[in-house]
Write a new protein. Structure first.
Length: 288
């Protein structure tokens, strides 16, 4: 399967027409149509059908679109890595991270490294553990910053020095808003709470989730904070992620205090490009 043809396919999917895609990528429409027809024949599946507003992806087309994006991203990363090895220490580093103030540990290490190697660039995407593990396993990111348990048989792991404090975000007009601390078993039993979609077992150690009324789940905290603002429930999350100044929300930590460990992870048994290895070493110095 030709990467160039995959880029043509993505252009058609984006523009929803052969004429628009041909103009966007500067090839003739007959040539583009023939390339897509050949791709469909190679795969033995129709990739597009004509809808009321233009070309629409079939189920097989949707699946190919997802994989084509991954393949082209990997090809671009590989090219950057090889070019960087030839021209000195340069290239991009992709990091996926859970929402945490502790990302400063990574960004400050990168800034120090970039001072000596200005050809480096850093790209950060947000996600929860489920998203990040998938991206890391599929080569879409180089490193990940995660919380909780780590599969040490699959990932190398560096424990980072910052530990996030957990508590709840709730409206300032909530009866609990004047408290300095929240005691989950006492204060939250009768209230709707919104939790991270990866939460399981305990709210915090020794406090079972089964005790509470779960009103919703989230994977990124910003949208959950909007749920809290609209009165859908108290959001269980980490401190400093949402700037509550100027909003209707306040953050109150749990009692007893509970903090989450944070880890930098990357796949085992891989050849690590030099510029990524240098960042790992710089982060390790901070963690030691």
């Amino acid at each position: 399967m030709d990467l160039r043809v995959l880029s043509y396919f993505l252009a058609v999917a984006r523009e929803e027409s052969f004429s628009g895609a041909a103009a966007a990528i500067h090839i003739s429409q007959p040539t583009l149509s023939r390339q897509i027809a050949d791709l469909e024949e190679e795969l033995g599946r129709k990739l597009f059908v004509r809808g009321s507003r233009g070309l629409v992806l079939t189920a097989e087309g949707q699946q190919l679109k997802k994989r084509a994006l991954e393949l082209l991203s990997l090809a671009e990363k590989t090219e950057e890595e090889i070019r960087g090895g030839m021209e000195g220490i340069s290239g991009s580093i992709s990091i996926g991270a859970g929402e945490t103030y502790g990302i400063h540990t990574v960004t400050r290490a990168f800034r120090k490294l970039q001072g000596s190697h200005p050809g480096l660039s850093l790209h950060i995407s947000s996600g929860d553990g489920r998203d990040l593990a998938w991206q890391l396993d599929n080569g879409l990111i180089d490193l990940a910053v995660v919380f909780g348990e780590v599969d040490h048989s699959h990932y190398e792991c560096i424990t980072l020095p910052y530990r996030d404090r957990m508590g709840v975000y709730l409206r300032k007009d909530d009866p609990l808003a004047d408290k300095k601390q929240i005691f989950p078993k006492k204060d939250l039993i009768d209230k709707p709470i919104i939790i991270n979609r990866e939460s399981s077992g305990d709210l915090i150690p020794g406090v079972s989730l089964h005790l509470f009324r779960i009103a919703g789940t989230y994977n990124l905290l910003y949208n959950a904070s909007l749920m809290a603002e609209d009165g859908l429930g108290c959001v269980v999350g980490l401190e400093h992620i949402i700037n509550t100044e100027g909003t209707d929300l306040v953050f109150i930590p749990f009692a007893p205090e509970y903090r989450l460990n944070m880890y930098l992870i990357y796949k085992k048994y891989q050849v690590i490009p030099r510029h990524i290895a240098l960042l790992i070493d710089e982060i390790r110095k901070t963690a030691d």
